[in-house]
Design a protein. Structure first.
Ligand code: KMH
Ligand code: ZN
Length: 284
């Protein structure tokens, strides 16, 4: 791995779309993709708009978040058939999901998975990620060859990432890619000054994306591009496109990110380029 300077991307911009999440209800946000058909349609549109990675949470027939293994497996297969996107399953799930079920997500054999590097207050809830769970999940990703994306909600999570790499070694794929999740009530704030500090603390050679929750989405997007990072966008993170104007589709968030990346002279990366950067093997 090269030095800290390489955290500034000189290539294109990797755009990850997080279309659904586990928190919002379809009744409150009708544009939210919750069925498999809606998710696949969304994925196709987002790939066309410039996404290379999809961060996936799924829902049951009642629209509630689920980690049902059969559904996850079907989802991975359907997304692979319909798109070239890197399929990254969430191992965060919902705050109510057990560690056991979150570990079992890997049995659906995705290309990649999220791996949150610490516990964080999450609005009125607590998103639990103790060290014992982090290490067990990480060791399973290494064994199964599933590429983790390190989700960092706060500075302590960055310290834990350093400890994880020092004690358990490099991830599947051999490359460290992080996602700064900013603006969660309870995590680090979503602003440029915090982003610059967080990026400086990342492991040497790591690449990174950033996402801002809610109204921090736009400032974090521009700060990430200015600092040479990659982008995550999607309705998991924000459902307001502009003041008083709800998001109508995930694809419009991806299109806005791709347009901003183009202005920054770092065009949206293709899924193939994303795979190469992340160390995700081509399983198609
Ligand atoms: N739904 C949050 C509790 C992840 O996907 O890995 C956790 C989350 C992080 O969304
Ligand atoms: Zn998520």
């Amino acid at each position: 791995m090269a030095g800290v300077g390489t955290t500034v991307s000189t290539q294109g911009t990797l755009i990850t779309v997080a279309p659904t999440g586990a928190e919002l209800e379809k009744d409150a946000v009708p544009a939210l993709p919750v069925t498999l058909a809606e998710l696949v349609t969304t994925a196709i549109q987002c790939q066309e708009a410039g996404a290379a990675v999809i961060h996936v949470h799924i829902r049951d027939d009642g629209g509630k978040p689920t980690l049902d293994l059969g559904r996850l497996t079907d989802t991975v297969r359907a997304l692979r058939e319909a798109t070239d996107l890197v399929v990254q399953l969430s191992t965060g799930g919902a705050v109510t999901d057990s560690f056991e079920r979150r570990l079992a997500v890997l049995d659906a054999a995705p290309d990649a998975c999220s791996l949150t590097c610490g516990t964080v207050n999450f609005g009125a809830d607590v998103f639990m990620n103790p060290w014992s769970f982090i290490t067990e999940l990480y060791a399973r990703t290494q064994k199964l060859g599933i590429v983790p994306e390190f989700e960092l909600f706060d500075f302590g999570h960055i310290a834990t990432l350093h400890r994880l790499l020092a004690e358990l070694g490099e991830p599947a794929g051999g490359h460290v890619h992080c996602d700064l999740v900013m603006g969660v009530p309870g995590g680090m704030p979503g602003n440029a000054a915090t982003l610059v500090q967080a990026v400086a603390a990342l492991p040497p050679g790591a690449t990174w994306s950033a996402t801002g929750i809610g109204r921090t989405a736009v400032p974090v997007l521009f700060a990430a591009l200015a600092a040479g990072g990659h982008l995550r966008v999607g309705m998991e993170d924000t459902v307001t496109f502009a003041r008083g104007r709800p998001v109508t589709s995930n694809a419009e968030l991806v299109a806005r990110a791709a347009a901003a990346a183009e202005l920054a002279q770092r065009q949206a990366m293709s899924p193939a380029a994303g795979r190469a950067m992340l160390g995700v093997p081509d399983r198609r």
